[in-house]
Design a protein around this ligand. Structure first.
Ligand SMILES: NC(=O)c1ccc[n+]([C@@H]2O[C@H](COP(=O)([O-])OP(=O)(O)OC[C@H]3O[C@@H](n4cnc5c(N)ncnc54)[C@H](O)[C@@H]3O)[C@@H](O)[C@H]2O)c1
Length: 315
């Protein structure tokens, strides 16, 4: 088996490359990344049960055919991912992410590989009811240039499935919770854990405290991707992949179990000035996938990594 992962050294990719060595022993795993985020540490201590090759390339400019040739699956993770900063970098985010997805999809058509596109539940944006994949188009209200681009990437892939026989599946991931060798701290829960571990107040957007949002245990995320490879799902269907819908209040209460003296500071920020939204994972669960039953373990694991931070990080 041959699997290609774009954006392989990022937060999700760096956990996935370990999971694939476990789930697909002996597989050839090709890791592509432009290393703009410099996460070389993601390549340390890789398991010996898979045959890895790493190539530093930009998927927007390099010829992908030689890497995709013979691949069963391409997991496309490469993207600029900082949603909050995407307001300032809107053009860059759109150009990089849309171009990357377009070129990866075309190369998958040529190599006849299954393409797994990583999208995000942030394409829903605002909703007063629980939303599912077959919601009305008016229920898709992305709230940032990052999320708008994700929706465009989905549309592009769906069009290529219909017009060019692309074998693809689209995963709308909830916000990842959990640790990885190439972990990043832009996203809500990781940022809260970092602040709590350092003894800093947790900064919470005022309007978001009691809002439910979808979160995804990183172990569920990597297992879900192996599951889709095993199923060879490729009919262009969209799946919401999330472990739970939780409020920020619920997340901070889990953090409090590990660090009892946390403080919360409320701030205003335009990206979160929106309604709550809950997302259904029923379509994916109905395929036979079981999600973990909470985020406590992953939050505990994150705090455990940082547990001594207060003693050596100078603020
Ligand atoms: N982490 C989350 O909470 C989350 C939630 C939903 C969806 N996603 C999606 O999952 C995917 C992976 O997310 P992540 O958290 O691992 O992000 P990340 O930012 O940690 O990793 C992305 C990687 O892609 C690489 N990259 C970016 N543009 C590239 C290009 N043109 N060519 C080659 N490499 C490039 C970066 O160097 C980086 O290593 C993204 O598409 C993201 O939108 C992530």
């Amino acid at each position: 088996m041959k699997i290609v992962i774009t954006g392989a050294t990022g937060h999700i990719g760096s956990a996935l490359i370990h999971q694939f060595a476990f789930d697909f022993p002996g597989a050839e795993i090709v890791l592509l990344d432009n290393m703009k985020t410099q996460r070389y540490c993601s390549l340390f201590n890789l398991p010996r049960t898979a045959q890895y090759s790493f190539v530093e390339i930009d998927v927007c400019t390099s010829d992908l055919s030689k890497f995709f040739n013979g691949a069963d699956t391409v997991v496309h993770l490469a993207a600029l991912t900082d949603a909050a900063n995407s307001f300032e970098n809107a053009d860059l985010v759109k150009k990089n992410n849309l171009e990357a997805t377009s070129r990866v999809a075309k190369a998958c058509i040529e190599s006849q590989s299954q393409m797994i596109l990583l999208s995000s539940t942030s394409v829903y944006g605002t909703s007063s009811t629980t939303v599912s994949e077959d919601c009305l188009i008016t229920d898709l209200n992305p709230q940032s240039p990052y999320a708008e681009t994700k929706l465009k990437e989905e549309n592009l892939v769906e069009t290529m499935v219909r017009s060019h026989g692309l074998r693809a599946v689209i995963c709308r991931f909830g916000t990842i919770v959990g640790t990885s060798p190439g972990m990043r701290f832009h996203t809500a829960v990781n940022k809260f854990c970092w602040q709590a571990a350092l003894g800093l107040p947790i900064t919470v957007w005022t309007t978001a405290y009691d809002q439910k949002r979808p979160y995804l245990d990183l172990r569920d995320a990597t297992r879900a991707l192996s599951f889709l490879i095993n199923k060879q799902s490729s009919a262009g269907l969209i799946y919401n992949i999330l472990s739970s819908n939780s409020t920020v209040c619920e997340i901070t209460e889990i953090i409090r179990k590990f660090i009892p003296d946390i403080e919360i500071n409320f701030i205003d920020n335009m990206i979160m000035n929106q309604l709550s939204y809950e997302v259904s994972n029923k379509r994916f669960s109905d395929l036979g996938f079981s999600f973990s039953d909470g985020l406590d373990t992953r939050i505990g694991e994150t705090i455990n990594l940082l547990k001594d931070a207060r003693s050596f990080i100078c603020l």
